[in-house]
Design a protein around this ligand. Structure first.
Ligand code: THU
Length: 131
């Protein structure tokens, strides 16, 4: 399923809320539960740079901490010329909480999008089945 306009708008609006005083590289996310509830996420940086939390992990952690476990879609937006590419840590967290075939919509500036999935972003993922 392609992303609803509303989900794209939520991820896009999040860009204005990103806390990015160091990189000036805002990222926004919208995670959608199976029931249709949306969780917005932004990247949150820190003077101790390594403590930065990416937008998509913020959205996932917000939802999981509210008891949500079932997700149907993730939208990630950046002001990048090409659709934004999520970092490796976020791909691993997606693989933990989202089904391998869950659609992920990546958005760049001017709304240019790429449709992908969790398993396309992280093939041969390490998950609970490997423990
Ligand atoms: N960032 C995200 O929020 N998500 C990604 O998947 C890529 C990177 C953030 C982290 C940092 O605040 C800024 O982008 C530059 O790396």
């Amino acid at each position: 399923m392609t992303a609803k306009k509303e989900w794209l708008a939520i991820a896009d609006e999040a860009l204005t809320k990103a806390y990015v005083p160091y990189s000036h590289f805002p990222v926004g996310a919208c995670l959608v539960t199976e029931a249709g509830q949306t969780y917005q996420g932004v990247n949150i940086e820190n003077a101790s740079y390594g403590l930065t939390n990416c937008a998509e992990r913020t959205a996932i952690f917000k939802a999981v901490s509210e008891g949500e476990r079932d997700f149907q879609h993730l939208v990630i937006a950046g002001n990048t010329p090409e659709p934004i590419s999520p970092c490796g840590a976020c791909r691993q967290v997606m693989a933990e909480f989202c089904a391998p075939d869950m659609p992920v919509t990546l958005v760049g500036e001017h709304g240019v999008t790429k449709e992908t999935t969790v398993s396309e972003l992280l093939p041969y993922a390490f998950t609970e089945k490997d423990l």
